[in-house]
Design a binder for this molecule. Structure first.
Ligand SMILES: [Zn+2]
Length: 126
C-alpha cells in the first residue's frame, strides 16, 4: 500500500445509495441549530490508530516509523451496509517528545476540519 493512500467513498458499495444513517442525523442536528454547521461526523464514527500495541512500540528505537490509519464509517440507510466513508493510511514516528503522525504531502489540506493527528500516547488496543 502506498504511504499516501487515501480514499473517500461517497456511496454504498453494496447498493449504490448515497444516503447515510449518521450523516442524516447530523443534518437534523444542524437544522435544529444544536451543532455547528461544519460538523462532519460523530466522534465514534472515527477511529485512528497505529498498527502495533504500546508494549511493542516501547521496545522500538526513537525514529522508528510505524504504519497508522484513519477510518471514518457510516451505515447505508437503504441496505444497512456499514462501510468506510474515508480510509487513509498515515505514518507515526516514535519520538521522545509528543509522538505524532506525518501526513503525506498535500493530505493535510484534505482532512476535515477539527481532525487531529494520532497521539501514540492515546492509542488503545481494544
Ligand atoms: Zn446500501
Amino acid at each position: 500500500m502506498d504511504k499516501d493512500f487515501r480514499t473517500a467513498y461517497n456511496k454504498c458499495p453494496a447498493c449504490g445509495c448515497t444516503k447515510r444513517f449518521f450523516e442524516e442525523l447530523l443534518e437534523e442536528l444542524k437544522v435544529q441549530g444544536l451543532i455547528p454547521p461544519a460538523t462532519t461526523r460523530f466522534d465514534f464514527q472515527q477511529k485512528q490508530g497505529v498498527t502495533l500495541p504500546p508494549q511493542k512500540i516501547a521496545t522500538l528505537p526513537i525514529g522508528t516509523e510505524i504504519p497508522a490509519f484513519d477510518i471514518v464509517w457510516d451505515i447505508c440507510t437503504e441496505c444497512g451496509c456499514m462501510y468506510a466513508t474515508v480510509a487513509q493510511r498515515l505514518q507515526a514516528v516514535k519520538s521522545l517528545e509528543q509522538p505524532r503522525i506525518i501526513l503525506p504531502t498535500g493530505v493535510g489540506e484534505q482532512l476535515p476540519k477539527g481532525q487531529r493527528p494520532v497521539n501514540l500516547g492515546n492509542i488503545r488496543n481494544n
